[in-house]
Write a protein that binds this ligand. Structure first.
Ligand code: ATP
Ligand code: MG
Length: 454
């Protein structure tokens, strides 16, 4: 935003007034030149960290050893880093030595790609010693210096390379790709959360298919080894089944689709997402979507298609799944069903569907395939399930017309686990439209259920 640019300009002006050099650098210039939104602005300066701190009392010594001070200005924060070079990358990630230098071009030389190795001052003139602007025009990712060496120093750069190629939809320069292929095994040195953060950018970005194809071709992910237990052919098959990935708005659904395409069970996905260090909230909502899938698959395979009442049985099981895993997980799964269909070879003609609730006039199609029959298309399933969901008169215990307290009072029992079981039975019956969501009727039904129990 221009507020951010103005605030960063104030910081640069302050550094200049202190007798130092200072520039906008790296990602913010790249994104600005591409017309993409700029999410943060990094500054590079000849001032030493203590000089920066002396000029700006409102600052945080973020990484003094590496020359980085975070300066707070007008409610924005900026990483201000002293010109530096690096050497000795024993662990293929962090430099052992950092040297502060006086020439900004030396600082630009340590940066990963030409498009990230430009800086500009307040007047807007670009300092671009490695042809970054030209590479932006040619839409390509190219290492500053010798790719093999740069990737050997810091193996994370290989994944950043694939990430930028994917997010920006850029090509990768030949020599850069060759260097990456020579160093790819070194990615094993990188901590899983760093790998995850880059793969997240790829999967959640605008061209996930491109990034996945590049990951596959590069062999960067340690194939067959935890926490990436898939072989190249698993990944290739999954890539073919995830054509709709980029159209999904919700990042969590993208992960659910990917794990679905990789054939992960909900339990396996849960473990994987944990091993990849995903935040718990992301993990549980991805897993809930896969649990809905499992519940629906189990329902489909448990019901004989021609049995009387088969469709009504499926409808109740679907509603039970919506209640158990939540409306948003259920809707997520329906979105994936439709996306899976987009990816399939050709559309299947959709027969007319009965509308939602029990006792509808026209019979819906048999959903589980009889022997030798084609399974009902995903689109048809999704439409039917959506209509069943839409017709649910309520979706949660909070909407049920009786409370646990009222039930315990009516049945003269102490609250206990039985109460939750009973409430959920009533909820299922009401949500399926088997009984109206009415206090008197529900209490009667509860009494009946309680008698049947005994
Ligand atoms: P974005 O913030 O959109 O992810 P970015 O390029 O700004 O992209 P940052 O991690 O914010 O990425 O890094 C800022 C700058 O620091 C980069 O533009 C690049 O010049 C340099 N840089 C970052 N990581 C590395 C690295 N691993 N090796 C060399 N230079 C790097
Ligand atoms: Mg950045």
């Amino acid at each position: 935003s221009s507020g951010m640019a103005e605030a960063a300009g104030t910081v640069i002006t302050g550094l200049l007034a202190g007798g130092h050099e200072a520039y906008f650098v790296g990602g913010c210039l790249r994104d600005e030149l591409l017309g993409r939104p700029v999410h943060d602005m990094d500054l590079t300066t000849s001032a030493l960290p203590e000089e920066v701190m002396a000029l700006f009392p409102r600052c945080v010594p973020t990484g003094l050893a590496h020359g980085t001070v975070t300066v707070l200005q007008n409610g924005y924060s900026f990483e201000v880093t002293t010109y530096r070079t690096e050497s000795g990358y024993a662990d293929h990630r962090r430099p052992e030595h950092v040297f502060f230098v006086s020439d900004v071009k030396e600082d630009l030389r340590r940066r990963d790609f030409t498009i990230n190795a430009m800086c500009s001052g307040l007047n807007g003139a670009l300092i671009d010693p490695f042809g970054g602007e030209r590479d932006l025009q040619l839409r390509r990712i190219r290492c500053v210096g010798l790719a093999e060496e740069r990737f050997g120093e810091d193996a994370l750069r290989m994944l950043r390379c694939v990430r930028f190629a994917s997010v920006l939809d850029f090509a990768i320069a030949k020599n850069t790709w060759r260097g990456l292929m020579r160093q790819r095994d070194k990615l094993a040195h990188i901590a899983v959360e760093r790998v995850r953060a880059e793969v997240e950018c790829i999967v959640e970005g605008p061209h996930p298919q491109r990034g996945l194809a590049l990951l596959l071709r590069s062999g960067l992910l340690p194939r067959g080894k935890a926490p990436f237990p898939w072989t190249g052919s698993d990944l290739a098959a999954a890539a073919a089944r995830t054509a709709g990935l980029g159209n999904l708005q919700d990042a969590r659904l993208r992960w659910a689709l990917l794990l679905h395409a990789l054939g992960s069970s909900a339990a396996a996905a849960d473990e994987l997402l944990r091993a990849w260090t995903f935040p718990g909230a992301t993990r549980s909502s991805v897993v809930a979507v896969l649990r809905v899938r499992e519940a629906w698959d189990a329902a489909l395979s448990s019901v004989a298609p021609d049995a009387p009442g088969a469709t009504e049985g499926l409808r109740r099981r679907w509603i039970a799944a919506v209640l158990a895993h939540g409306q948003s997980a259920a809707e997520g799964w329906l979105t994936l069903l439709a996306a899976a269909e987009d990816a399939a070879a050709g559309p299947v003609p959709a027969p007319d569907l009965a509308q939602g609730s029990a006792g509808a006039a026209t019979a819906p199609p048999a959903l589980s395939p009889a022997a030798g029959q084609q399974p009902v298309s995903a689109t048809v399933q999704a439409r039917l399930l959506r209509s069943w969901t839409a017709a649910m008169p309520l979706r949660s215990l909070a909407e049920l017309a009786v409370t646990g307290h009222e039930l315990a009072e009516l049945l003269q029992k102490r609250p206990g686990p039985w109460l939750g079981v009973l409430l959920n039975k009533l909820l299922l019956a009401a949500a399926a439209g088997v009984i109206a969501n009415d206090k008197q009727l529900l209490l009667q039904e509860a009494q009946r259920m309680d008698r049947d129990e005994e």
